[in-house]
Ligand binder design. Structure first.
Ligand code: MG
Length: 311
């Protein structure tokens, strides 16, 4: 489907709304100030001054109002992985991403969500961009809107379960693959038979390795599945999934901080060792273990710091 976006000033916006007034339709979506549908084109106007034209007549209608500002989402960032269709950014895509895998404290979370072509502009309007450009606070603000707007699934793997699975001999890569496959399955099920053009997974393993991790699964999502690194810059569905996953991680960290009685730091650096040592001294190893990915080197470092402090 053709898709054109133009950016207009207030005066032109009024002209556009007047022009399509007879074809006006109700669209209760965040940021939308006007919507209309003519025979071959849907017109959606946003508070920000953007107007989206979709459908067979999109180019023609957009051209009536002048300049186009459409830029492909795919950035210059070099992505590795599958050869991607050139118009992927405008397709209807289920995207998935994970977070928390490099953090000693906190869970691993994976989210998948469906962004069809006709919601791309809305999702952008809600503030989604490459999540590496967004702060945690901003993501906390955006995530509820995304969850209300998009078919999605978000999985939080707590550390008790994580440690169990890991200790049974499963690599972090396998854990990630299982969670991605699960989240994708949930989203596809919720789509009630509607099929996305593509599924795009933010890549963490080669295709063969990814499917090898899943080989014992009863249901493996394969159809139209693409793997690409830096996928959050390729399609907004992955950027949105990344935000949803990140906020689930932050919310779980908030809860765990309450249990620990101290704000748990992210990552796996020296600060993390310090705080872990303090929890070890105050609450004991069993409690620390429930809060952390126990196989990380931080566990031994924390224990060494705690032993020094005990002396
Ligand atoms: Mg990722």
């Amino acid at each position: 489907m053709a898709n054109q976006v133009i950016l207009v000033n207030d005066q032109k916006m009024n002209e556009i709304m007047n022009n399509y007034h007879a074809a006006k339709v109700v669209r209760n979506a965040p940021g939308v100030i006007f919507a209309a549908k003519i025979s071959d084109t849907t017109i959606t106007a946003y508070k920000s001054g953007k107007v989206l034209f979709q459908g067979a007549g999109a180019d023609r209608e957009a051209a009536r109002w002048g300049y186009t500002t459409q830029k492909p989402v795919a950035s210059k960032s070099k992505s590795k992985g599958d050869l991607l269709p050139s118009n992927l950014a405008e397709q209807s895509v289920v995207g998935s991403d994970e977070t928390g895998t490099g953090d000693f404290f906190g869970p691993v979370t994976v989210a998948a969500c469906y962004v069809p072509t006709d919601k791309i502009e809305l999702v952008r309007e809600l503030g989604v961009k490459d999540s590496k450009q967004l702060t945690d606070d901003l993501m906390r603000q955006i995530a509820p809107d995304l969850k209300a707007t998009l078919v999605h699934s978000v999985l939080t793997l707590g550390n008790v379960k994580y440690n169990e699975i890991q200790a049974a001999g499963n690599s972090q890569g396998k854990i990630k693959a299982l969670l991605h496959n699960q989240a994708l399955k949930h989203v596809l099920r919720k789509m009630n038979g509607e099929k996305p053009d593509y599924i795009l997974v933010d890549q963490f393993a080669e295709r063969g390795v990814y499917y090898n991790y899943l080989k014992a699964e009863p249901e493996i999502i394969r159809e139209n599945l693409l793997l690409a690194t830096k996928a959050e810059g390729i399609h907004l569905s992955v950027a949105a999934a990344s935000i949803i996953a990140r906020v689930a991680f932050l919310e779980e960290m908030d809860k765990m901080s309450k249990v620990a009685g101290i704000t748990l730091p992210k990552g796996a650096g020296a600060k993390v060792d310090e705080i872990a040592a303090r929890i070890l001294l105050n609450k004991g190893e069993a409690t620390l273990k429930t809060l952390t990915k126990w196989h990380f080197a931080n566990a031994k470092k924390a224990s060494a710091i705690a032993n020094r402090k005990r002396l």
